[in-house]
Design a protein around this ligand. Structure first.
Ligand SMILES: [Zn+2]
Ligand SMILES: [Zn+2]
Length: 174
């Protein structure tokens, strides 16, 4: 969905959306169900301020155990939305450079893109299904959250294994 900048009235515009976000717009995962967004727009000439909140449930893949898990995005934002040619013409003010700034083309704000940007910003770099996810066993490949395979955490360097045998002999374990 696109919002024509010229159609934002002087008193501003408020949108309450339930929107389906295309998976291709997300850096990771997929949304589950529609995304809720509440956005206010105010315009001064062709400079637009957009602020509000995005609420979404997304399905991510854990970076340790590779299982999918639900992740809740609940973020608020405050953006400057400027015509893209401001970039090349150096029209961006200091304040705008400081705050989050995004751009629009051909007089239209891509609302779906604006929302997906906010979701992407809240996706963790290394998603974890839970903070203490035990991951996958490097020896046998089981998901250690589901099963205790009994393999030790440490992988013993094969160059050190004669030493290990020696120690076990000494301790009477071998
Ligand atoms: Zn995990
Ligand atoms: Zn194992």
């Amino acid at each position: 969905m696109f919002l024509e900048v010229e159609k934002i009235p002087p008193k501003g515009l408020e949108l309450d959306l339930n929107i389906v976000i295309n998976k291709v717009l997300l850096v990771e995962g997929r949304t589950e169900g529609p995304v809720k967004a509440h956005i206010k727009f105010k315009r001064k000439g062709d400079r637009v301020r957009a602020w509000g909140s995005v609420n979404a449930k997304i399905i991510l893949t854990c970076s340790r155990c590779a299982e999918e898990f639900p992740y809740t995005v609940d973020s608020s934002f405050n953006l400057h939305v400027l015509p893209i040619y401001y970039l090349s013409e150096g029209e961006i003010s200091l304040e705008e450079g400081d705050m989050d700034t995004t751009f629009y083309r051909e007089g239209k704000i891509a609302v779906e893109r604006l929302i997906s940007d906010q979701i992407n910003l809240s996706i963790p770099m290394k998603p974890l299904c839970k903070p203490d996810c035990k991951g996958i066993c490097p020896v046998c490949g089981v998901n250690r959250n589901k099963m205790d395979c009994g393999h030790s955490e440490k992988i013993i360097d094969p160059r050190l294994s004669p030493l290990k045998t020696l120690l076990e002999v000494k301790n009477g374990t071998a």
